[in-house]
Write a protein that binds this ligand. Structure first.
Ligand code: NAD
Length: 362
């Protein structure tokens, strides 16, 4: 099992920024991407934190991820905006695209965004938070093309689509409350990579081997893409994953996973977003009040035996942010080694870069 250390979030951000600038990102882009990755780690989504850097480095070397890219912002048609990210860093492209789309909200009370051909947009909940901070309800669906599918559709023994995440949130006092942010696979692929790096087994119900039989071993999938992830919730999650592919791929973009070539280290995201001004229905305050009344109604439910309290979607992210801001972000040595390996290929000094990580005393 790989050794873990807890690092301060500031030092993880400095470390990530140094690597991203070494990749060729300018200061502004490195700042946005590093903030996104560190926040993914802070919220407990280590699968979408700094452990993604080696993949991004490989994609840049392959020419499939373009630092400092300018997106193509098409003029909106009604409330619909189409943005081609031209394979720029998705963390920045998605924010630029959302800002572009949200210009339609004052007139239409809704904006629909099709973000196409983007580098990895990573933790999709970030975009629900971005919209909630501006007072908007939002729903985001992301498909993944450019590599072989990795999730087995219900009833199949081979993969047919990817982890196709969905995020949605209500705005309450500028916060995403509650915030649902889920892959339509039982777990995101990055969690398989994290378990493999840590030398841990996967929980039941996450993975099948090449026979379509359940396995707990993350290594064949993480290292050689053997086997498949399982969709959550049997035929229901599988059906949702298929519709994410159709909305983000067939409708909002030009490719589904069925048609796009498989690139080396390829991860191209398309995002279909619906952004709604709650004031079109009632006062913002009234919608927020009803939201909180319902949230409290849920949280007051008696917990199941063995469960401490009933949580709403988004509670674990809030709890993790608090805990990890106080006690540091746990990162395993294998992940740091993988980042240093890619950094070296961009001629970064391993010693200088690693020195930016400061462990937190426990
Ligand atoms: P997950 O299984 O940890 O589920 C997270 C969601 O479940 C959150 O909304 C969380 O608040 C909620 N939750 C967790 N525990 C809960 C509990 N006890 N009670 C109630 N709610 C609870 O996450 P995941 O499905 O593995 O996805 C992880 C991340 O991966 C997400 O941020 C997602 O956006 C991201 N992702 C991105 C891509 C991409 O291509 N960009 C693809 C797949 C996933």
């Amino acid at each position: 099992m790989s050794h873990m250390s807890n690092y301060s979030s500031q030092s993880v951000k400095s470390f990530a920024m140094a690597v991203l600038k070494g990749f060729g990102c300018n200061e502004e882009e490195a700042d946005i991407v590093a903030d996104h990755l560190v926040d993914a780690n802070l919220t407990g989504h280590d699968s979408h934190g700094i452990g993604m850097l080696p993949l991004y480095g490989e994609q840049i070397l392959d020419g499939n991820l373009v630092p400092n890219q300018q997106p193509l912002l098409h003029d909106p048609i009604g409330a619909i905006s189409v943005v081609d990210a031209q394979r720029g860093f998705g963390h920045r492209m998605a924010l630029v695209a959302l800002d572009h789309a949200m210009q339609c909200v004052p007139e239409h009370k809704v904006a629909i965004l099709a973000l196409r051909n983007s580098g990895h947009v990573s933790r999709v909940g970030t975009y629900s938070e971005y919209c909630a901070a501006r007072g908007y309800v939002s729903i985001h669906m992301v498909n993944v093309v450019g590599h072989a599918p990795i999730v087995a559709p219900f009833g199949a023994r081979e993969s047919g689509f990817s982890t196709n995440p969905i995020s949605m949130a209500m705005p309450v006092d500028g916060q995403a409350t509650p915030l649902l942010d889920i892959a339509t696979s039982t777990v995101a692929f990055g969690k398989v990579r994290v378990a493999s790096n840590k030398g841990e087994k996967m929980p039941p119900g996450c993975l099948v081997d090449e026979q379509g039989l359940e396995t707990l071993d993350p290594d064949p999938m993480a290292k050689e893409r053997i086997g498949a992830l399982s969709a959550f919730g049997a035929h229901k999650g599988s059906g949702l994953g298929i519709f994410v592919e159709l909305l983000a791929g067939a409708l909002a973009s030009t490719d589904t996973v069925a048609t796009m070539e498989h690139l080396p280290h390829g991860v191209i995201n398309n995002m279909f977003s619906i952004i709604i001004d709650p004031a079109a229905f009632d006062s913002e305050e009234a919608v927020a009040r009803r939201t909180m009344e319902f949230c409290n109604f849920i949280k007051e439910k008696q917990p199941a035996v063995g469960t401490e309290s009933v949580l709403l979607p988004g509670d674990t992210e809030l709890r993790n942010r608090q805990q990890r801001n106080d006690h540091g972000i746990p990162v395993d040595d294998e992940t740091v080694r993988q980042i240093m390996d890619i950094a070296a290929r961009f001629d970064l000094s391993a010693a200088d870069t690693a020195a930016l990580l400061s462990p937190v005393s426990q």
